[in-house]
Structure formats: structure tokens, C-alpha cells
Ligand binder design. Sequence first.
Ligand code: C2O
Ligand code: CU
Ligand code: CU
Length: 441
Amino acid sequence: SSRDGVLEVTLDAAPGRIRIGGRNATTLGYNGGLPGPTLRVLAGDRLAVTLRNGLDDPTNLHTHGLHVSPEGNSDNPFVVVEPGDSFDYEYRLPADHPPGLYWYHPHHHTLAAAQVFGGLYGAIIVEDPQPIPVSRERVLVISDLTLDAAGSLARATVAERMHGREGELVLVNGQLNPAVDIRSGERERWRIVNACASRYLRLRLDGQKLQLLGLDSGRFEKPEKVEEVLLAPGNRADLLVTASEGTTTLRAVPYDRGDDGMMGGMMGGGRGSAGAEVTLATVTVADAGGGSKADALPALPRQATPRDLRGATVTARREFVFEMGMAGMMGGGGMGFTINGREFDGGRVDTTVQGDTVEEWTLTNTSQMDHPLHLHVWPMQVVERGGRAVDSVLWQDVVNVPARSAMRVRIAFTGFAGKTVYHCHILDHEDNGMMGVIDVR
Ligand code: C2O
Ligand code: CU
Ligand code: CU
């Protein structure tokens, strides 16, 4: 946690040996394990991170979702830290930074999927000014990986690199099917991050009362009662769990995020998680012994009203088309993962935005697979989905664009200027080129 407005940490990115489900495994990790340490800061704080690269490949660090400068030693996705080198990051959170769960992970183009899949990720919490009244708070970092017979990280096949690699083992805070004990009648706050490279998590916790406080950096006006929560890679959920007696499991149930059509067929398929259900944790609810049962939700501390861009003056309208096609492959380029027909080129600016304006982006997905769009630094408000206006205000930094669909988001480009990126958060797609450069001036 931060002291006197400063948090200084060192993150050592390196391979290491850990135990997963009773097996010896060699994975990557920050500071000797996975997930990396949870960093807790407050709005207005300065976060200083020394990243040391003990990997065999270049890496860097991205603070996913934080509203901080995209340039210099801050959240700069163009920084390259070579093996054996270190880099001093400095992130200055504005005084009005929204509280919430964020996360950090490497962002070196072409290696992001492999490094995240290998174990490089951790949570960042921007603390609430006033705590939410619960008996316990848990941070659940959900990730996946595949180990080979020797316990080393399995390499992704070509088909997996196209569909987006999904691990055979799905971990909660680095553990396989951990036991979670709750007492009946108690209310807990579960803060969940989908740190999987490509796997969607459609989460259920049957038999328990679930109320969603928000997603990503956004909060609903009132908690929403839900049966399940869908998290695309990179998304976070802020969930209240009110326990009632019995044993249950936290599960990821099938979600069909589509396939890569012809391309997948050619390469041997790979449908990912569409057909499989995964047990993530075993939850045992013990009787509290006559304690108060499932009382009404106490008043939540007041929060800053999120800015609603539905009535804002829109300065520019743009269209982004997400496409997967043979063209790129046949042209000898990458695998044909494009935004507006182009693959990522770090030396090119794709989108130039005038600072302090509001823009409306139409996101069109022409492919047979979902693509979760992520924009750095500036959160998005979904205003239209599937042709229908959205009547709530929720700030998200990853919005899923389902296969063969379109949606509209609005973005307020305030606070910072500079160059950064937007991309598909199926990290294999990002590595394959589904990323663009934005320059806000
Ligand atoms: Cu979580 Cu650009 O990434
Ligand atoms: Cu990000
Ligand atoms: Cu994608």
C-alpha cells in the first residue's frame, strides 16, 4: 500500500518454479510467483515501479485501465526493456482518478500473449475513498496456462495463435480450484480480473446472491442483481456475494466467442472454451451460528456521478472495422487480423484526436469471432449496442464486440495528451496485428 502518497515497488519479471495443483511447474512471474503483488494506491498518488527484466525476451509494463499519462516513463506501450535491463516507471494518478480494480501486464508487441499466458500479471487497486461495508474483500485474479509433461509452459500452436490461446489449467490467484470459505449471511466483495490471454469467463456462483457493483472502472448507480457475469479478457467485475448455506462452485460456463471460420479449419480448428465448463473454486458456506441473515444492503458510500456522454457534443465520428481475413495471410503479411484493413505498425499513427473533445466511435466486427476492444488511458461509454440505445452509464476500458455485430461508444479525451494504442484484448489477435496507434494532441 502507498504511504504519504507514494508507492515504490520493484517488479522482477523472471522464470521461476512454482507448484500448481500438486505439480512442479516452470512459469513466468513477477517477484517469484503468479499473480504478481497487488498494488494498492489512492487517487492522487504517485506509483513508482522499477521493472527488471530477467526474461530471455524483451518486455515492458502496462497499467491496464489506469487514467495516467500515455507517454514518457508513464504508461508508455512503446517502451522496450531488453533482457537484463531495468526501467523506472512513474505513474501519477490524478486526484479525481476513479477508484476500482485495475491490473498490470506486459505489452511488448508480438510477445504479449505468451508473456501474460506465462504468468506475468497482477492487480492494482485504486482504493475507495470510503470503504464499501462488507465482512470481507477478496481479489480474484483469474488466469490460464498450459503445462507440458515436463511442467514447462506449452507453446501455442498456429491454430491457438489465431483463435487465441486458452490454457488447460484455469487458476484463481495462481491456484487450481482453491477452497473458499464463507459464513452464511455474510456479504463479501469479490473483485475479479480476467487476466487470461484469450479466454472469456462467463462466471456463475449458483445458490448465492450476486449483485454487480460495476465493471472495469465503471460503477452502476445501484448494484444490479445478476445470475452470471461475462468477462472478456482484460475486463474486471466488482461483485457483492451474499452467502447462503451449502457448498457451491465458482464456475466458468461455456461461452461461444465464435471461430475463425476457414482459417481455423485450415489450421486444424480450435474452438476454445465454447464447449467446456471449468470449476474455478470450491466455495463452502458455513452456518454463522445464528448471526443475522442476508440483511438488506446497507447504504453504499456516495460516489462521484460518472460523466454521461450521451448528451455531449460530439466533435468527431469514426468507424473501426475489425476483420479477420485471408488477404493479409496471402499477402505474406501476418495472419490477417486487421482494424480498418491494416495491421499494427508502431511507426504509424492511425487515429489523430483533438484533446479535450468527445468522440463517437462505431465498432464493427465483420468476422465470425468476438473481438474485445481495449483503449488505453481513456475509458469508453457504450451508447448503442446491436442498434439499440444503452440506457445506463458505465465506464469500461474493454468492450466486447460480438461476432458480426456493431456498437457505438463515446470517449472523452481529457486529462492527457500523447500517443498510445487501442487493440483487441484477445492478446494473440493483438500480437497478430489487431492494434492501432492513437495520438491525442
Ligand atoms: Cu490490458 Cu493494451 O492492454
Ligand atoms: Cu490496457
Ligand atoms: Cu480479436
